[in-house]
Design a binder for this molecule. Structure first.
Ligand code: G4P
Length: 293
């Protein structure tokens, strides 16, 4: 993907420093860290400092929104995280799929050693305490609500509104530290930023919608040609440019301007919206072996 024409994204250094301090300060209160990533962008949707910040803590990586991701790719990512020493599971916090395995995986895999130790010392009943981390929109509130059985109301991360940390009881033996603070994704990497823009994880204005849709169409034409041709009933080849593909979509959908030109802006909005809604099928935007690119 050509990213030289992208604007640099501006983030808020104050938030980052505050969140970094919060994580470090609260880490000693928990037994394990649950890190939520987007299954479509498991690398780009991770906070780049997470490994360093939570070093030494047992970790469960949840590949959320797996309903929108390619199953084969998700399995590769699960293997990747397991090979790097963290337990990993695919979940869908919208439908709840996969969530039944979360607490058992924490007790029998992530914290197996601690559980045994507690058993031996007669402390088996002590609650397991967890910290949940993830970039905005990755599904933290959805996960907490689903695991807590809908008892907890959603609290927005609004700038200027201070939340204090609170413990949320997930069941009789599990407590979750719900912390304020904004975690940032891998924004310094423009390839990663582009993928996050495709999924809507970061603001669209790093590129205009047409440029974004063109880049997405090129990716789809290369990696998921069947999904693209089935959704829009278009034929294309490797020679098609981004604008060429966008025009094919617009033309097929009858999106014309009064002068007979194709309304590529409308076509772009359609492509982006339909991709985000999963209408193009289940698509993953990066694989573990290309993550160093
Ligand atoms: P956050 O706390 O980490 O910021 O994320 P939150 O739970 O608010 O989720 C952000 C959006 O992602 C929500 O959509 C939520 O429904 C959606 N979402 C969370 N998990 C999944 C999942 O596994 N699959 C899919 N397809 N979507 C998921 P929204 O449009 O902001 O709200 P709404 O659609 O729930 O009204």
């Amino acid at each position: 993907m050509e990213t030289s024409d992208m604007k640099q994204i501006q983030w808020f250094p104050g938030h980052m420093a505050k969140t970094r301090r919060l994580i470090t300060a609260n880490l000693k209160l928990v037994d394990a860290v649950v890190e939520i990533v987007d299954a479509r962008t498991p690398f780009s949707s991770r906070n780049p400092e997470m490994d360093r910040l939570t070093k030494g803590k047992p970790r469960l990586v949840l590949l959320n929104k797996s309903d929108l991701a390619d199953d084969r790719a998700t399995q590769k990512w699960i293997n990747y995280f397991r090979n790097s020493g963290a337990e990993a599971l695919a979940v869908d916090c919208k439908s709840g799929k996969g969530l039944k395995s979360v607490i058992p995986a924490i007790r029998t895999k992530v914290l197996a050693e601690l559980m045994e130790k507690r058993e031996r010392s007669g402390m088996a009943g002590a609650p397991v305490r967890l910290m949940i981390v993830g970039i905005p929109n990755v599904g933290k509130s959805s996960l907490i609500n689903k695991l807590a059985g809908g008892k907890r109301a959603k609290v927005e991360d609004r700038p200027g509104v201070t939340r204090t940390k609170q413990w949320v009881k997930l069941d009789n033996s599990t407590e979750l530290l719900d912390m304020p603070g904004v975690l940032w994704p891998k924004f310094e990497d423009q390839e990663a930023a582009l993928r996050l823009a495709f999924t809507g994880a970061i603001s669209d204005d790093i590129l205009d919608t047409e440029a974004l849709a063109m880049k997405l169409l090129k990716y789809l034409a290369e990696e998921y040609p069947q999904s693209l041709s089935e959704r829009y009933k278009i034929e294309f080849s490797a020679e098609d440019t981004g604008i060429g593909l966008l025009e094919k979509v617009g033309k097929k959908r009858g999106m014309m301007l009064s002068g007979g030109e194709i309304n590529t802006e409308r076509a772009a909005i359609t492509v982006i919206d339909e991709f985000r809604a999963g209408k193009l099928g289940r698509i993953t935007l990066e694989l573990p072996d290309e993550k160093e690119k």
